[in-house]
Write a protein that binds this ligand. Structure first.
Ligand code: ADP
Length: 549
């Protein structure tokens, strides 16, 4: 039931390091199966039907591929600039490669722009460019998978991201230009794939088999090792590649046949697939990040508001009794300093001091009571979510003091009725105190935040640290208002926490942690359950023996 969790770091928000969810895996398998079914239905039966040449098809197809693959490349380069992984640079270059090579492929296509294609190409250039395109991309994917699994020292790009992107773009463009030059200028020397503008030689079958095999190898290499969302969808893309190649080359290859057109559609699909996934996932992640940022801002503002309100009212309300005490103490001293001390006047002054002291105490009690009054903001709360948020809010401090966090949320935890801001404030206070106490000493710094259900069905939250711990005398006093051992402390945190929890009909107590540190625990009744009755209070008092005030 308990599941350890880690605080999410930045990289957990990036697709190429995010693990795919079960739904994503299922969707990927469904896409591959759908492609396979479409292939089985089309290939063999319809694929040899000759449909004739549609002049607009190749330019439209090439443009779509160019746009799709360039956008995908840009998105992947952007991920590279965040993560600096060489593997990402390889796959981004792969997409740039396909975006660029599709240009000479379309230009040299015989009969589209000129009878024998542009760029002075002969009959063979287009098919050789197709071969380089598909073989090349599979190699980029394999390079991606291999780089992804290399040892961590070599996995990262050490120089600037801009240098990485610029050199990859330049290199990829140079490779495409060189490939185009070789296949167009050397067209007459190349082995013959095309018999004429429509029909292929048997060499094409061997080449297509090799391309399909290379794509299968890419799928296998991706499969081995750690798998991210990106890996999962690249596997689907490479499966679509295999199907596209089979569609175009088997059983009888011929341009403008049904199979040839269908193969292009598969090509377009496989080309767009990663783009769709990237756009979808980026939008979802953006929404999640936005929500987290807004929640964080809301909590921070609320925290500042309550903190400010508390300190302002303390300062304002306490000033008056304090100055009364000083004035009376001065007066008392003066009555005593006389050659014949006036004891009655001095007594009266001291009485005034006692009175002012009681007034100051009442002010503080009043501030604590502030948290009891307002029951309007009570909603149904997911305590695990609040814990996650509080840990995220304290993230900077936790990292700064190198505190490792063990979050142990109970997945079956019932919801609790309460004031979101106030309960959040309690959690934050306990976590901040724990960090303070661990920062004050060397040794292991472990913060464990756990949620669980007690026998009565109530929710217990414990915040345990490995800090200085609390001595037996302090155990009685730390919940008192204005008790603090910190130079800049106000000593109101725990007192307010206890007021808040008690206003929610719960209990807050502290116990020593084993082997060191302190465990603060609070209990709140589950939403829907009767609020903590007398019997449960007794039970809780047993749980928190000496520390209760
Ligand atoms: P402040 O943090 O301003 O001192 P608090 O009421 O939050 O006020 O805490 C009161 C005192 O309780 C602290 O000064 C500290 O001595 C003690 N304390 C609170 N939490 C812990 C903890 N986790 N470990 C050790 N001491 C603690």
């Amino acid at each position: 039931m308990m599941r350890p969790a880690v605080i999410p770091g930045e990289q957990h928000f990036i697709l190429s390091s995010l693990s795919p969810s079960r739904a994503q895996k299922r969707l990927a398998v469904a896409v591959v199966l759908a492609l396979l079914v479409a292939f089985l239905i089309t290939d063999g039966t319809l694929s040899t039907i000759q449909l004739g040449r549609i002049d607009a098809f190749i330019p439209a197809y090439a443009t779509a591929m160019l746009v799709n693959d360039s956008i995908t490349a840009v998105l992947l380069f952007a991920q590279f600039s965040i993560l600096r992984s060489r593997a990402l640079l390889a796959i981004a270059s792969g997409y740039l490669f396909t975006a660029l090579i599709v240009i000479p492929w379309a230009l040299t296509f015989p009969g589209i722009f000129r009878p024998d294609g542009l760029l002075g190409a002969g009959l063979q250039s287009t098919s050789w460019l197709y071969t380089l395109w598909h073989g090349g991309f599979a190699m980029f994917v394999i390079a991606y998978a291999l780089l992804r699994d290399t040892d961590p020292a070599r996995r990262l790009w050490r120089r600037s991201a801009a240098a990485g992107i610029l050199s990859s773009v330049a290199l990829t463009a140079a490779v495409v230009c060189a490939a185009t030059f070789i296949v167009t200028a050397g067209d007459a020397l190349l082995p013959r794939i095309n018999l004429d503008r429509v029909h292929f030689s048997t060499l094409w079958l061997y080449i297509a088999s090799c391309l399909a095999l290379l794509s299968v190898v890419a799928v296998i290499v991706l499969w081995i090792g750690r798998r991210s969302v990106l890996d999962l969808w690249l596997m689907v893309v490479m499966s679509a590649y295999v199907i596209e190649i089979c569609m175009i080359a088997f059983p009888v290859p011929a341009r403008f046949s049904f199979g040839w057109y269908a193969g292009r559609v598969f090509g377009l699909l496989s080309g767009s697939l990663l783009l769709f996934v990237l756009l979808y996932e980026i939008t979802i992640l953006y929404a999640q990040v936005l929500r987290a940022v807004l929640a964080q801002r809301r909590e921070r503002e609320a925290r500042l508001m309550t903190g400010d309100a508390v300190s302002a009212s303390i300062a304002h309300e306490i000033k008056q009794p304090l100055s009364a005490m000083i004035t009376n103490a001065d007066a008392g001293l003066r009555w005593l300093d006389r050659t014949t001390p006036d004891l009655d006047e001095a007594k009266a002054a001291f009485k005034q001091i006692v009175h002012a002291g009681h007034r100051a105490g009442a002010v503080i009690d009043g501030i604590r009571a502030m948290f009891k009054k307002d029951a309007r903001n009570r909603t149904s709360l997911d305590i695990n979510e609040l814990i996650r948020e509080a840990l995220a809010l304290a993230g900077d401090e936790l990292r700064k003091h190198r505190v490792s966090v063990q979050a142990e949320p109970d997945d079956q935890l019932p919801r609790v009725k309460g004031d979101r801001v106030q309960v959040q404030q309690v959690l934050l206070n306990l976590i901040t105190n724990a960090i303070d106490s661990m920062a004050a000493k060397d040794g292991a710094r472990v913060l464990r935040v756990r949620s669980e259900v007690d026998d009565g069905g109530s929710v217990i939250v414990s915040v345990a640290d490995t800090g200085t711990g609390i001595g037996p005398q302090e155990l009685e006093r730390i919940f008192n208002p204005l008790f603090t051992t910190k130079s800049g402390g106000m000593g109101m945190g725990l007192s307010i926490c206890r007021s808040i929890i008690e206003a929610h009909d719960g209990r807050l107590w502290v116990a020593p942690n084993k082997p060191e540190g302190a465990v603060f625990q609070f209990v709140l009744a589950a939403d829907g359950a009767a609020s903590a009755g007398a019997s449960r209070r007794e039970q809780l008092n047993e749980l928190a023996p000496s520390s209760h005030l």
